[in-house]
Design a protein around this ligand. Structure first.
Ligand SMILES: [Zn+2]
Length: 444
């Protein structure tokens, strides 16, 4: 049995050269409050950082650190930090205090051990910051600050990703601000084949992704054969400007999404024309708004009947039905594996959709398909995509879950890269935390 307080500190706290001064339990009312464990650094008194002369103690200040729970309760480590003053009256060092990064990094309110643990469970295991804050009995920012501090060196690791053959750009809604819900967007830069988030840059315009790609080594850029994108012009201009040799591929998920948007517009227009108001609960077209955008083969027999019946009731001129068929025949494009057959199918769709007899929404869809003809067909040569694969969907979902909880872009970026950027987690035990993002007084 160990009875020496220094070795007890080593066993219980994992810290050597530390005196265990005592434990404090203020719980005289029976309320669960954190257990307070008092420690101080021991060993030689430190040399003056300026002249390396001897110093004397000028007193002690107490620093409270949040530690990992023990014995079924939250724990605070109370660090009795000595203040030291240089003995040489001519030296300008002033006073300085104990520093020990094994106990805690400067500015962080968590102990080093708690900071690394929080980073792992939030960043790698996907636990929410608020649940970790509850467990450690502290606030959200304390945990988030620590995750960013230990997570930054993991995501900035130059070896985090290697060469990429298919690069995807996609927009991510990062947060909605204020009572008018102003939308703030960002762009995810993804290794599409490995479903790895390479980076996130602010905005969904061309400027930032262009800058990011241009900053990569030429060798890395030259390895990119395919670039996947949605059907919006800004990412096309990125690829044209900085990756002129990559073949652009319109992401099938986004192509179908556009068809569904046109279908939705047609439904709302017909609804408004016939009923004179926006869709409400009992209106036939409103009742099938979700069935319309589902893939035909996923509809049950009942759903199929409901769709047919309510279209008859609510769509007398077959405009919604025509737009629905346009969407379904566009989906068939992705059943083709042969580029020539796919090309013939797409050309037939474009000429059919742009016929002026078609509803306005179908004509618009036809024009969009014409404008993105080559990029859409490139999929049949590359088979790379941002969307339909399971792992890419999971990746996007993981990033989005974080996006909606964050308001600071730099912090959002680190958190997103921790969960979706495949950092090397074996490095967590040894990285030096980066605390420059933490405002407020330096704990000294
Ligand atoms: Zn000195």
């Amino acid at each position: 049995m160990e009875q020496n307080p220094i070795r007890i500190a080593k066993i219980l706290l994992g810290l050597s050269d530390v005196n265990l001064l005592g434990v404090e339990d203020l719980d005289d009312q029976g309320a669960k409050i954190p257990l307070r464990v008092h420690i101080e650094c021991r060993g030689e008194r430190p040399k003056c950082p300026l002249c390396h002369g001897t110093s004397y103690s000028k007193g002690v200040s107490l620093v409270e650190l949040i530690d990992l729970p023990s014995f079924g309760r939250a724990v605070r480590l109370i660090w009795h930090k000595h203040r030291w003053v240089c003995r040489d009256p001519k030296c300008s060092a002033g006073s300085f205090s104990d520093q020990d990064s094994r106990i805690a990094a400067p500015r962080l309110k968590l102990t080093d051990r708690a900071g690394r643990w929080a980073t792992r469970v939030v960043g790698r295991d996907g636990r929410s910051v608020s649940s970790v804050a509850r467990e450690l009995d502290c606030d959200w920012h304390t945990i988030n600050d620590a995750v960013i501090a230990y997570g930054t060196p993991l995501v900035e690791d130059p070896n985090r990703y290697g060469k990429v053959h298919a690069l995807g750009l996609d927009e991510i809604l990062f947060y909605r601000e204020g009572r008018y819900r102003i939308q703030h967007w960002s762009t995810s830069i993804v290794d599409v084949k490995c479903a790895t988030l390479l980076d996130v840059v602010p905005g969904r315009e061309a400027k930032e992704p262009k800058k990011w790609i241009a900053n990569q080594p030429k060798e890395w850029r030259d390895a990119i054969k395919w670039g996947t994108l949605d059907l919006a012009g800004s990412y096309r201009s990125v690829f044209r400007a900085v990756l002129p040799n990559a073949t652009m591929v319109a992401d099938p998920f986004h192509v179908i999404k556009i068809a569904n948007s046109r279908l939705d517009e047609a439904r709302r227009r017909v609804q408004q024309n016939i009923l004179g108001h926006r869709g409400r609960g009992g209106d036939p077209l409103y009742r099938i708004r979700r069935l319309l955008t589902m893939a035909k083969e996923n509809l049950t027999e009942n759903a199929n009947e409901k769709l047919t019946h309510l279209l008859e009731l609510g769509d007398p001129d077959n405009e919604v039905a025509t737009t629905w068929r346009a969407k379904e025949s566009l989906r068939e494009l992705y059943a083709y594996r042969d580029p020539k057959l796919a090309s013939d199918h797409l050309d037939a769709l474009i000429s059919d959709f742009t016929d002026e007899e078609r509803p306005a929404e179908v004509q618009l869809l036809g024009r969009t398909l014409g404008e993105w003809h080559d990029e859409i067909l490139a999929w049949h040569k590359s088979f790379v995509t941002n969307g339909p694969t399971e792992s890419m969907n999971n990746l996007i979902k993981r990033i989005k879950r974080i996006a909606f909880g964050m308001t600071n872009f730099a912090n959002f970026r680190i958190r997103a890269l921790l969960v979706a950027g495949r950092p090397d987690w074996t490095r967590l035990a040894t990285v030096t935390p980066v605390t420059t993002h933490i405002s407020g007084a330096l704990l000294s």
